[in-house]
Design a protein around this ligand. Structure first.
Ligand code: ES4
Ligand code: ZN
Length: 327
């Protein structure tokens, strides 16, 4: 069977990766030691054993604890470089990295420290690995609109360092509308707009992300199937969905991979992409996601692989000239 070779070798873009979610347990322990931070786990193995999640919030609690070892510019650089090496190994030609500034600024780490480390890693990855990348700044939706506006203000001196904004963290009870005004300001600034919606939240959140926030892509979006009219709209408008199969299984959005709706979404004509979300926590990077998805959904074959890779290139915010080289 040639499918694994095809899946691994295809040039692809990653459009849904939280860079803080690429922090492997080994690096968490190394950075904790380097920075004199104590973490409530005895060993790398004990930390990894804690990665048994029941829902999104049970993951977020551990994810924010893991990020507490990030203090210096070098830490953000090392974290992102480790990701870029994994991306390169999986034939990722371009990655759009989410970062969560509030997770760091709320601990007293300056915004500039975060963005300087990530920017330098992106430049180094382009130069040394030939991997192209961009940054997307996410607002934490469990925090207030006012806090999001404050973060946007802190980001303004670095406006040329990121291409867009997103919305992440706990979805239930934090609808897109909560951030209508801050997204409107970002739109006026010419930033790209994306949002997590329809991961744990209802299909209605996908609709308000599109209609109120005016996002260009939906992150996750798998609960769109609860509204047939919405599925029809997503197909008609070719709104990209950045689906994260291993994440969805780990966070119990689907019980097992054979229950995942990715194949059904593709069949319905939606512009689906495969992504890793938080690869250090959910069991793997891009090619591991492709492998697990194609193993769990045997109706998927080489033509679907090609469509998924092409979708990831078309749905990226890269320059059209770059996309033409990757297709
Ligand atoms: C996230 Cl899987 C997921 N969902 C929402 N917010 C997040 N932040 C990091 N991973
Ligand atoms: Zn995500």
């Amino acid at each position: 069977d040639k499918l694994p070779g095809l899946l691994h070798g295809m040039p692809k873009c990653e459009l849904h990766i939280h860079i803080e979610g690429s922090l492997e347990p080994e690096l968490i322990f190394a950075l904790a030691q380097r920075n004199g931070v104590t973490i409530p786990y005895a060993s790398v193995e004990a930390l990894r054993e804690a990665y048994a999640f029941t829902d999104l919030q049970s993951f977020l609690d551990i994810y924010y604890a893991g990020a507490s070892v990030l203090l210096k510019e070098e830490d953000f650089f090392d974290m992102a470089m480790a990701y870029f090496h994994r991306a390169k190994a999986d034939n990722v030609v371009h990655a759009e990295l989410f970062f969560d500034p509030q997770t760091h600024t709320d601990r007293g780490v300056p915004f500039q420290t975060v963005i300087d480390g990530l920017t330098r890693a992106g430049e180094t990855a382009q130069r040394e690995l030939g991997v192209s990348s961009a940054l997307i700044m996410c607002f934490l939706r469990h925090l207030s609109e006012e806090a999001a506006f404050e973060t946007l203000a802190q980001a303004m001196p670095f406006k040329d360092r990121f291409i867009g904004v997103g919305l992440d963290s706990g979805e239930r009870g934090n609808p897109p509308e909560k951030f209508a005004r801050v997204f409107e300001q970002c739109r006026q600034l010419g930033l790209h707009l994306v949002a997590h919606a329809g991961e744990e939240g209802p299909a209605a959140y996908i609709e308000t992300a599109l209609d109120v926030l005016k996002v260009e892509r939906i992150d996750h979006g798998v609960r769109c199937v609860e509204s047939p009219a919405l599925v029809e709209r997503l197909a008609r408008e070719q709104v990209p969905l950045t689906v994260c199969p291993l994440s969805n299984v780990k966070l119990c959005v689907f019980d097992t991979m054979d229950r995942h709706n990715l194949a059904a979404l593709l069949e319905a004509g939606l512009k689906v992409t495969v992504n890793s979300d938080d690869p250090a926590y959910f069991g793997g990077y891009m090619n591991a996601n492709f492998d697990a998805t194609f193993d769990g959904l045997p109706q998927l074959g080489p033509r679907h692989a090609y469509v998924l890779a092409r979708n990831s290139i078309e749905a990226s915010f890269a320059a059209e000239s770059a996309k033409a080289e990757w297709i």
